[in-house]
Ligand binder design. Sequence first.
Ligand SMILES: [Fe+2]
Length: 167
Amino acid sequence: MHDDIDQIQRIFIKELELYFGSDEKRIRHAKKVLHYARELLSKEQADPYVVIPAAILHDVGIKAAEEKYHSSAGTYQEQEGPAIAGRILLDKDYDDENIYEICAIIAHHHTPGPQETINFKVLCDADWLVNLADEMDTTDIPALKIAIDKIFLTETGKKMAKEIFLP
Ligand SMILES: [Fe+2]
């Protein structure tokens, strides 16, 4: 698949909508993460051909996790997500090397290691920009400052988080 990135985005959003069907909450979440990923991509030297499909498909494992384990726990999502995302990407003839990297990101996107690629960092930061308000009390400013410095992996992500969450 050699389409331009906007075309690729449209294709995989359509696939995401087909996959989640009436589960609009998941679709909305992915679109928000995609929005932040694109903003991060304008400042960080990451690969949009990896980051954009990863942002759209990063949580596809949640449906299988809920069906199989009646749980949306991160570990089940990480376990189930890569095979589903991989199938969607393969089906569209996406580049093998990119599929491999996207699936590797999805497989541990809640559990970053000490050495991650910039593509991973951008996806992770975009997800946290959406999730932070659900995960912690955003009125506790000192705790929030510490959390932002710890959680966000790129300078742009930290800056955006401060602009969004700090008064
Ligand atoms: Fe997510």
